[in-house]
Design a binder for this molecule. Structure first.
Ligand code: NAD
Ligand code: MG
Length: 358
């Protein structure tokens, strides 16, 4: 087992990473009161729920199995969590445990932020995306019909428990979508990691456990540093959004139904790199190199057919990073050095969109 710390003063917490931790980590010792509620979904419950409940034979351990899907990440499901907590008389010293991907983690985290003005929660992420990204950093939310993640709070977990073995049951497409976020850390702030990923691509693709563990560890290390530096995204945390402004435009255009988030981010990162090359900021060889790796993971390197530059501009104008009417973008100054900036040549943006819109 390897352990990292997210350094946030009194809200600091560990991330434990290892094979088999679902069974071997002494989880009950980490819980303050004598009540826990493990919340998961109907896909994950038959795979892993029983193994987690076994830790809590000595406490009141309730379980709640929610329907699976982003479309259930809403206020109605949140209410069903509160109903269950109240029906089982959970007190302020209860601990909520999120067993699942980012949907479960975001929703259970938000429930923990709200229930009795805030209770403890533990993240047990089961997708690669949740292990390297959403379970770390304390952003919690549910969707509103008018916008994704619009209702939420910052609420840090007490600990993150990553059992790398659970990835064995994850569909390849989901693994690849999470991998896009792994590559992102290399691009924005860790060139050594980027090169390591290139060198170990074949091992990672074949799900070599040691290589995947290392990739998860180094991703969490990067995310933990960014979060410790800027917990509530006043500044550099926005660098984690490389490729996301382009990607969100694609997700919105396709109705959040055909593309996974990581897939949209993959081609979005390629667009950001392309634009950075056009601006003369990064080495032109980075673009075909990145495209090659994405293609090997069967991640998209082209945008959905029919999207136009004007449509991109319109959709990107809705981005949270728009300030005083100027669209700020995350771009690369060089490999491993990202910037959030509105100070770019608008022609380069136009040309980038034209290049991808074909
Ligand atoms: P997800 O939670 O929907 O999981 C993907 C699918 O895999 C689901 O069908 C799930 O049931 C299944 N699954 C999960 N673990 C499995 C396993 N071990 N074996 C087999 N199947 C398994 O999707 P996700 O990509 O993990 O998360 C996406 C969500 O994360 C989005 O709602 C997004 O907004 C959020 N997110 C949050 C943050 C943050 O900082 N809070 C960051 C990134 C993304
Ligand atoms: Mg993302």
């Amino acid at each position: 087992m390897r352990t990292l710390q997210v350094a946030l003063a009194e809200r600091s917490y560990p991330i434990h990473i290892g094979a088999g931790l679902l069974d071997t980590f002494p989880l009950a010792e980490q819980v303050r009161g004598n009540q826990v509620m493990i919340i998961t979904n109907e896909t994950i419950a038959p795979l892993y729920l029983e193994r987690l409940t076994r830790h809590f034979a000595a406490s009141q351990c309730d379980t709640l199995v929610l329907p699976d899907g982003e479309k259930f990440k809403n206020l109605e499901t949140l209410e069903s969590i509160f109903d269950a907590l109240m029906a089982r008389r959970h007190s302020r010293t209860t601990t909520l445990i999120a067993l699942g991907g980012g949907v479960i983690g975001d929703m259970v985290g938000f429930a923990a932020a709200c229930y009795q003005r805030g209770v403890d929660f533990i993240q047990v992420p089961t997708t690669l995306l949740a292990q390297v990204d959403s379970s770390v950093g304390g952003k919690t939310a549910v969707n509103h019909p008018r916008g994704k993640n619009m209702i939420g709070a910052f609420h840090q977990p007490r600990l993150v428990l990553i059992d790398t073995d659970v990835l064995a049951t994850l569909p390849q497409r989901e693994l690849a979508a999470g991998y896009a976020e792994v590559i992102k850390y290399g691009l924005i702030r860790d060139p050594d990691f980027y090169h390591w990923l290139e060198t170990n691509n074949d091992k990672l693709l074949s799900r070599d456990n040691e290589a995947l563990s290392e990739a998860i560890y180094r991703s969490c290390e990067n995310k933990a540093q960014v979060v410790a530096d800027d917990e509530t995204e006043q500044g550099n945390r926005a660098l984690l959004n490389l490729g996301h402004t382009f990607g969100h435009a694609i997700e919105t255009a396709t109705g959040y139904s055909q593309w996974l988030h990581g897939e949209a981010v993959a081609v979005g990162m390629l667009m950001a790199v392309h634009m950075s090359v056009r601006l003369g900021w990064v080495d032109a060889a980075l673009e075909p190199g990145l495209a090659g790796v994405l293609a090997q993971w069967q991640l998209p390197v082209t945008i959905p057919p029919g999207m136009t530059p004007d449509q991109f501009i319109d959709l990107m104008a809705l981005d949270k990073k728009v300030q005083n009417g100027r669209l700020r973008l995350v771009l690369l100054r060089q490999l491993g050095e990202a910037v959030v900036t509105a100070d770019y040549d608008a022609v380069a943006l136009r040309q980038t969109l034209e290049a991808f819109c074909g």
